[in-house]
Structures are given as C-alpha cells and as structure tokens.
Design a protein around this ligand. Structure first.
Ligand code: FES
Length: 107
C-alpha cells in the first residue's frame, strides 16, 4: 500500500481542495481536524467535486447538484447514480497522507 504526501495539514482550508497525486485527481475535504479524500471528478459528468459546496459531510456537485457523502463516495440523489472512489487518509507528522491503492478504479 502506497501512502503519498498530499501536503501539510495546516495548508488545507476548511472544505474542499483539489490535489493531483499519482496521476489521479483527488478532492481532499477538511472538516475541522478531520480529512476525507474522494475522487475529484463527479461520476455523472465532468465536474470537479472539490469545487462544490460542502454541507456537513455532503459535497454538492457544482454542475448538476448531486450530493456525495465524502466519507463513502456514495451519491445521495440524482442525476449521479454511481459512487466516486474513496481513499484512506491519515495524518503523519502534520502531513496529509493518502493511500492511492485503497480507492482504486478512479478516473
Ligand atoms: S456532473 Fe456532477 S451531477 Fe452532473
């Protein structure tokens, strides 16, 4: 399992940030001191979920409005029907480390 450094935890603002790691576009969500990482590209069409508004643990796709739970990647409503990939994340000496092997199948 490869853990890759997504950046310093203190550099992530509250809400979503896009990070490119190992050829994948990831959406890193900071909620307080907790971090969640999902695939950045919506499963419905081409939109960046890191640019969506965050409501509790749900991010709203900026293009058509499906909401995805950042903890599970599962959409809560149409038009998206497929989940986005989720990635394991942990903090290590102030760095946000992401396992790019855990999510798999991201586009
Ligand atoms: S592109 Fe995200 S809901 Fe359509």
């Amino acid at each position: 399992m490869a853990w890759l450094d997504a950046g310093a935890a203190d550099d992530f603002p509250e809400g979503g940030s896009r990070v490119d790691l190992a050829g994948r576009s990831l959406a890193v969500f900071r909620i307080g001191d907790d971090f969640y990482v999902i695939g950045d590209i919506c499963s419905h069409a081409f939109a960046s979920l890191s640019e969506g508004e965050l409501w509790d643990y749900d991010v709203e796709c900026p293009l058509h409005g499906s909401e995805f739970d950042v903890r599970t990647g599962i959409p809560r409503g149409l038009p998206a029907t497929q989940p986005v990939a989720t990635y394991e994340v942990r903090l290590e000496q102030g760095r946000v480390m992401v396992s790019v092997d855990a999510g798999g199948g991201d586009r």
